[in-house]
Design a protein around this ligand. Structure first.
Ligand SMILES: C=C(O[C@H]1C=CC=C(C(=O)O)[C@@H]1O)C(=O)O
Length: 335
C-alpha cells in the first residue's frame, strides 16, 4: 500500500475512495473502479488510475480514515491585478477580432502553508453537501481537493447527463442575476454549445435554466440529458464535451485552445484545474469539472478561479467575480 489516495462523491450519498499505488491505464476497466485524472489539455495518454484497493463508503468513514491532522496556517500573498488585467486586455482584443466569442482565464491566489494540509483539506472537502461534490487526489508530495458544483457528465448505460453551469452572482443578487442580460448570454453560450455537441448522439432533452444556490454564491444551471442511440465510450464523451465554454474557449479550435493554454500558464493555473476529474465503478461514470478546490505541492498552496469573458464583460466586474469564487472556496475550507 502507498500513501496516495483519491476520492470522489458518488451516488446515494456515498464517496468512492481509492488507495494507491495506482496503475495508470489508457482505458477504464469494464468492472471494478478506476479514477480519471487528466490535465486541462487532455494530454495524458493513460488518464485512468486503477487503485490497489477501493471502497464506496459514507463520507464520515472516509473522513475518519484520513486521521485528525490540524488545518495548516496559511499566509496568503496579495494578489496583484496587473497580470490579469494584461490577459483580460488581450482577450477583449481577440474577441473584437472575432477569434473568440468567449473564453475563461484563470487567476491563482497563492499561499504558504505551515504544518502540511493534504489530509485536513481532504477531510473538509468530504464534509460538503450536495449539490457540491467532493473530489481529490493526494500523495505525500502534493495534491488537490475541492467541492465542485459542476458535472461534466454522468453516464449510466445509455443515459448521459450533463449541465451548463455559468453565470454568477452573490446570493444577495439572486433576483438581479435572473434578469441580467450579460450573465444570461454567457450562460446560453455554454448551454447551446452543449446542445450542439450532443444533438447527434440521441434524443436530447434540455431542462429549464434555473438559479442554483451554493450558499454565498449562485449560478445559472441548465440540466441536459441524452438518451444515447448507441453505446459510447466514456473517453470519447469526455473529449467531445471538454472543455465546455464554462471553462474553455468558444469556438473550441486548436488555435483558441492554445491561446487559452498560454494565458493559463502565464497566470500559473495548475494543469488539472478545470479539467475532468472522475471515476467509473462497474461501468457507471461520474466526471466532474475540477473547480472550487485547493492545489498544493510541498508547502506551496494555490487557489485558482476562472471567469467567463465575453464581449460585454468588464475588468472590474470579472475581478470581483473571481474574488467571490475564491472567498466561497476559502469559506468552505474554513480558511
Ligand atoms: C470557472 C469557474 O466557474 C465556472 C462554473 C460556474 C460559473 C462560472 C462563471 O460564471 O464564469 C464558471 O463557468 C470557477 O469556479 O473557477
Amino acid at each position: 500500500m502507498s500513501d496516495s489516495l483519491a476520492f470522489l462523491g458518488w451516488s446515494g450519498g456515498k464517496v468512492l475512495v481509492g488507495h494507491g499505488p495506482f496503475l495508470d491505464v489508457a482505458e477504464p476497466p469494464s468492472s471494478g473502479a478506476a479514477f480519471y485524472r487528466n490535465e486541462f489539455g487532455l494530454g495524458d495518454p493513460k488518464p485512468w488510475r486503477v487503485p490497489a484497493e477501493w471502497q464506496l463508503v459514507e463520507p464520515a468513514e472516509a473522513m475518519e480514515a484520513l486521521g485528525s491532522s490540524d488545518m495548516p496556517l496559511i499566509s496568503w500573498e496579495t494578489l496583484e491585478a496587473t497580470l490579469f488585467a494584461g490577459v483580460f486586455q488581450e482577450i477583449t482584443t481577440s474577441i473584437r477580432w472575432g477569434i473568440f466569442e468567449k473564453t475563461v482565464p484563470v487567476v491563482v491566489e497563492r499561499g504558504r502553508m505551515e504544518g502540511g494540509g493534504g489530509a485536513a483539506f481532504a477531510r473538509r472537502a468530504l464534509a460538503t453537501a450536495p449539490p457540491l461534490v467532493p473530489y481529490g487526489f493526494l500523495d505525500p508530495s502534493g495534491g488537490f481537493a475541492g467541492m465542485s458544483p459542476e458535472h461534466l457528465l454522468r453516464l449510466d448505460g445509455r443515459t448521459l447527463r450533463t449541465m451548463a453551469l455559468a453565470g454568477t452572482a452573490r446570493a444577495e443578487e439572486r433576483e438581479v442575476l435572473a434578469v441580467d442580460e450579460k450573465e444570461i448570454r454567457e450562460h446560453e453560450f455554454v448551454a447551446q454549445a452543449l446542445v450542439s455537441k450532443l444533438g447527434d448522439l440521441g434524443r436530447l432533452e434540455r431542462g429549464a435554466r434555473e438559479v442554483l444556490d451554493l450558499g454565498p454564491i449562485v449560478h445559472f444551471h441548465t440540466p441536459i440529458e441524452v438518451a444515447l442511440d448507441r453505446d459510447e465510450s466514456i473517453d470519447s464523451l469526455i473529449r467531445r464535451l471538454h472543455p465546455t465554454p464554462a471553462l474553455g474557449p468558444l469556438p473550441r479550435t486548436h488555435e483558441t485552445m492554445s491561446r487559452l493554454q498560454t494565458w493559463r500558464d502565464r497566470l500559473g493555473a495548475p494543469p488539472e484545474f478545470g479539467a475532468p476529474f472522475g471515476a467509473v465503478v462497474d461501468g457507471v461514470a461520474r466526471v466532474l469539472v475540477a473547480i472550487r478546490g485547493l492545489w498544493w505541492q510541498g508547502d506551496e498552496l494555490k487557489l485558482p478561479a476562472g471567469c467567463g469573458v465575453i464581449e460585454a464583460s468588464r475588468l472590474v466586474n470579472e475581478w470581483r467575480e473571481l474574488r467571490l469564487k475564491r472567498e466561497a472556496v476559502k469559506a468552505r475550507f474554513g480558511l
